[in-house]
Write a protein that binds this ligand. Structure first.
Ligand SMILES: [Zn+2]
Length: 93
């Protein structure tokens, strides 16, 4: 995990690009209170980032389910759009 300069994040407005960059740290609760607050504010006004985070969390949740009970989840029962979401998240921008 690379070091995050909180002061820079607080000073500047959170942009969509920063949301992408800090999403993992945000979900891991590694950001400071103020940075998290700005993150939330951005998510409130930006539906693109809200969708992005939703997709990301769905992907993580699916990954955990598969990891915890691989025998219970048949891969061909996974909806195509979820598989597509996994592919999209892993694709470099
Ligand atoms: Zn955004």
């Amino acid at each position: 995990m690379k070091h995050i300069n909180h002061k820079t994040v607080i000073k500047n407005h959170i942009t969509c690009r920063m949301v992408e960059e800090f999403l993992m740290a945000y979900l891991d609760k590694e950001l400071s209170f103020w940075t998290r607050l700005r993150f939330k504010l951005h998510l409130l006004i930006c539906s693109d980032c809200t969708n992005y985070m939703q997709e990301y969390q769905n992907t993580i949740a699916l990954g955990l389910r598969l990891f915890n009970s691989p025998d219970e989840v048949a891969v061909n029962l996974v909806p195509a759009e979820i598989l597509q979401a996994i592919i999209n998240v892993r694709k470099p921008l």
